[in-house]
Design a protein around this ligand. Structure first.
Ligand SMILES: *Cc1c(COP(=O)(O)O)cnc(C)c1O
Length: 347
């Protein structure tokens, strides 16, 4: 296509997990929450729907104040986005020029590569070590390196890099590092406090997974105010709409709902991991709301297809220089039991 920038015509484009519009599927493929969000979210969105004639607050002040209280940071440390994917876009537009380099671990979230390609930048993937820590080369200096992405917990593995390691990485790196905490509410620790210790460390969160609000589109970033000031210049003027600001504010204010939900997901995750192991799968212990499993003697792609025929969607993933496997989102106990009994008939 002649009118388009070269890097865009070459781009394959990010393909999200399947979202079937019709028919009833048990969806265990995109790490959505199987439970409905807090009722307070629905109420808040209904109230906000009464005044859609006005532009929304450009910086989502209500959310920043509510989140600041929960996270124990000042509101000026928070940038809100139309999902955390929007936050990732704001970061690449702020830090990464044509010909620059973005570093990410391998395997990890595919969208990071697409974001690099849109900027006309290169990306470098660094393999995790056997124990899911990162090698020295992940923090190696490179004059072209402008941004590092680290999902923590990682997808599709559900593994984590510890805080000490992240602090050391940030010390050595010549550029900012984003800790993508999309799944952190299901984990044992998080990295918000590290943001205060090194201005290169930034943390992003989303309401799509742990708050059950993937359809609302709301995510946010925590960074030092000097960074936030720059990022706010880059974002769209009204990147969050009135409904999502109201819903997200109600959601983050209802921490009792979150704790209750996380407890249910963790308990089902434990059950899923145990039963998959009993069925002979290799399972990586997960700190997220999904479980990665592979099998040394059974092909997993036919299992994915068989589940789909029976209206259960999981994610089949194949990494050319690692392995193939299934990433199964943690649903309700009933959904997971239905999935497991189909899998059992195939191994
Ligand atoms: C789901 C996910 C996101 C995106 O979340 P949204 O807020 O829905 O855009 C970002 N990073 C990772 C690693 C994810 O898995």
């Amino acid at each position: 296509m002649t009118f388009v920038r070269d890097n865009i015509s070459r781009l394959a484009g990010y393909v999200p997990g399947e979202q079937p519009q019709a028919g009833k599927f048990i969806k265990l493929n995109t790490n959505e929450n199987p439970y409905p969000p807090s009722a307070k979210v629905i109420d808040a969105v209904q109230v906000a729907a009464q005044k859609l004639d006005r532009y929304p607050d450009p910086v989502s002040t209500a959310f920043r104040m509510a989140a600041a209280e929960v996270l124990n940071v000042d509101p000026e440390w928070i940038v809100c986005g139309n999902g955390s994917d929007d936050i990732l876009t704001i970061l690449t537009r702020t830090f990464v020029d044509q010909g620059d380099l973005i570093r990410l671990p391998d395997p990890s979230y595919i969208l990071y590569r697409t974001l690099a390609e849109i900027q006309g930048a290169d990306y470098e993937e660094v393999r995790f070590q056997e124990d899911w820590s990162l090698p020295e080369s992940f923090s190696a200096p490179d004059p072209r390196l402008k941004l590092v992405f680290l999902p923590n917990p990682n997808s599709p593995t559900g593994t984590m890099v510890n805080q000490q390691e992240i602090l050391e990485l940030a010390d050595r790196l010549p550029c900012p590092i984003l800790i993508d905490e999309a799944y952190v509410d299901f984990a044992e620790f998080n990295c918000i406090d590290l943001v205060k210790q090194n201005e290169k460390i930034m943390v992003s969160r989303t309401l799509s997974k742990s708050y059950g609000l993937a359809g609302l589109r709301f995510g946010f970033l925590v960074a030092q105010p000097s960074m936030v000031e720059q990022l706010l210049k880059v974002k769209d003027s009204y990147n969050c709409d009135s409904l999502s600001i109201a819903g997200a504010t109600a959601a983050i204010s209802d921490q009792a709902w979150l704790q209750d939900n996380v407890a249910k997901i963790r308990s089902t995750r434990q059950m899923l991991q145990e039963k998959l192991s009993q069925l002979g799968f290799e399972v990586i212990p997960s700190q997220a709301n999904f479980v990665w499993c592979s099998h040394s003697t059974v092909e997993v792609k036919p299992i994915y297809e068989y589940l789909k025929e029976n209206r259960i969607l999981v994610r089949y993933m194949s990494y050319p220089n690692w392995k193939e496997g299934l990433r199964i989102s943690v649903g309700t106990d009933d959904q997971i039991n239905a999935c497991l009994s189909l899998i059992q008939s195939k191994v």
